[in-house]
Ligand binder design. Sequence first.
Ligand code: ATP
Length: 267
Amino acid sequence: SRREGFSVIPNVKWEDVGGLDPLRHEFERYIIRRIKNPKDYMGFGVDLETGFLLYGPPGCGKTLIAKAVANEAGANFIHIKGPEVLNKYVDQSELNIWTIFNRARTCSPCIVFFDEMDSLTTERGKEGNEPVERIVTQLLTELDGGEERKGVYVIGATNRPNVMDKALLRPGRLGRLLYVPLPTPDQRVLILKALARKKPIDSSVDLVSIGRDNTCKRFSGADLSSLMNEAAMLALEDTLATIDTGWCDTSSTIKELHFKRALKKIS
Ligand code: ATP
């Protein structure tokens, strides 16, 4: 979307996220409840992290969960794509780190989400890396300014945590590292069910056996989303063909055979 760099409250709900309950629990404690009931946290003298790094294979829900957290907390969400910041920064355009955090402060509570964060944070001290270095330095300054950052939470996402500057991952910065794994067979079922919420799935379709099936082995959430979409396309094709031949359309739902054909096509 073209809202990059601007704040909005995302429309992703927890029900849209499948199979990531431990992360949900973590974010409920660390972000959502803190925003909704700050009083519950007073008086214990605990310094709770405000910076998080989600890491793991692509397409497993890092962006999705960050948006759901913002939605659940009723917080604004600023989506920053790592490579774009770098380009715009090099172009001397406005989107630099200070601008981003300043914007976040003025619309707090706010979650700043850095996608593909590794592109911003390749280890310093290598030649030809000056723009990245400047960005990391600015980022460290902002992350360390905890007190002035009240109500601003930072979530980074990466597939390659190992190339990131270790200075960013210290406590008080992006101090909580959270792994977002490839789904297990049962988590695949939960993801399919979450994706099915917005689709006219025929009641005869058995999402449990589809999700557990070996053909979906090593599928990410994004793969399951493509599967769902492909099945919906095939169902749509069938419905259009029925209309064209003049048959009256009895049920325009996504059926088992559409999933079977979609699976063949995808795998
Ligand atoms: P990348 O590392 O490539 O940025 P990501 O981990 O941020 O990937 P998302 O962008 O959150 O992945 O996921 C892509 C799409 O895949 C989502 O929009 C959603 O349709 C689907 N998806 C992924 N994971 C899940 C999940 N756990 N539950 C439901 N849908 C999911």
